[in-house]
Design a protein around this ligand. Structure first.
Ligand SMILES: Nc1ncnc2c1ncn2[C@@H]1O[C@H](COP(=O)(O)OP(=O)(O)OP(=O)(O)O)[C@@H](O)[C@H]1O
Length: 255
């Protein structure tokens, strides 16, 4: 049986009276790319942020790499955080730092690295994210949306993580850029044996990248499975999403 690197059990999150998740369960298996989909506002980003400890749940448990995220603090929490990387929407880069300096930020927390070693590692991650050499010295405002996403990915990879969280990596990219990003994600997963939690609306990305899909609706994970299994789920939103006109365009010629 495959090992779960993330286990969410009975999760409830709320903002005041607004309950976003209630009794939500989710697993991410080691080495898989899990696509997390759902209508706007169903709590995909909130789930990501809760798993990485940025939002405190009202109830339930989040275990990452066998450890209870909420119960850890101090050095133990920092040690766990170093084992994952997060790419937020639009890269969430520091605008006053160039690409290489952005990627160096997480590396500053690693004791014993010389500035030259930090620089070399950052440049390696920038190359792994598919950016050209001359991107290292550029500032976020000088980059296209696709390049900013790649820079955000390079920063997420800075500490050689076991898990990568990607929040809508292909949103706003043209189809060719999105396709290249999909292939990059799969290539990095294969090369680095990553486990990937991927929030997306993009059906092409689900088809190109994801081993399994988790659908958020009605405050919980309503269904999980392969794309083929999703086609058989009898729920109005799931049916419309996976059988709608956009879905048909994606699967045309593959059925
Ligand atoms: N910091 C916050 N304070 C209050 N409400 C919040 C906060 N963050 C998110 N929410 C609310 O939680 C709900 C879920 O938001 P979230 O961003 O996770 O949705 P999503 O599924 O990622 O949506 P989209 O696909 O549109 O990005 C929304 O109703 C949102 O307004």
């Amino acid at each position: 049986m495959s090992e779960n690197v993330i286990e969410v059990r009975g999760l409830t999150t709320r903002f005041g009276e607004h309950v976003v998740h209630e009794g939500l369960d989710l697993d991410l298996r080691r080495g898989e790319i899990l696509g997390v989909v759902g209508g706007s506002g169903t709590g995909k980003s909130v789930l990501l942020r809760t798993i990485v400890g940025l939002i405190r749940p009202a109830a339930g448990q989040v275990r990452v790499l066998g450890q209870d995220v909420q119960s850890l603090s101090g050095l133990a929490r920092e040690a766990l955080e170093r084992r994952w990387g997060v790419m937020f929407q639009d890269g969430a880069l520091f605008s006053a730092l160039c690409v290489q300096e952005n990627v160096e930020v997480p590396l500053r927390a690693v004791p014993g690295l010389t500035p030259e070693q930090r620089e070399g590692l950052a440049q390696l991650k920038v190359a792994m994210a598919g950016l050209p050499w001359n991107a290292n010295g550029k500032y976020p405002s000088d980059l296209s949306g696709g390049m900013r996403k790649r820079a955000g990915l390079a920063r997420a990879l800075a500490l050689d993580p076991e898990i990568v969280f990607l929040d809508e990596p292909t949103a706003g990219l043209d189809p060719i850029g999105a396709d290249a990003f999909d292939r990059l994600i799969v290539g990095l997963r294969d090369a680095l044996n990553l486990s990937v939690f991927l929030v997306t609306h993009d059906l092409d990305t689900l088809h190109a990248c994801c081993d399994r899909v988790a659908v958020l609706a009605e405050r919980k994970v309503l269904a999980t499975g392969t794309m083929a299994e999703m086609l058989k789920v009898d729920h109005p939103w799931v049916h419309d999403y996976f059988h709608g006109p956009r879905a048909r365009a994606v699967t045309a010629g593959t059925e």
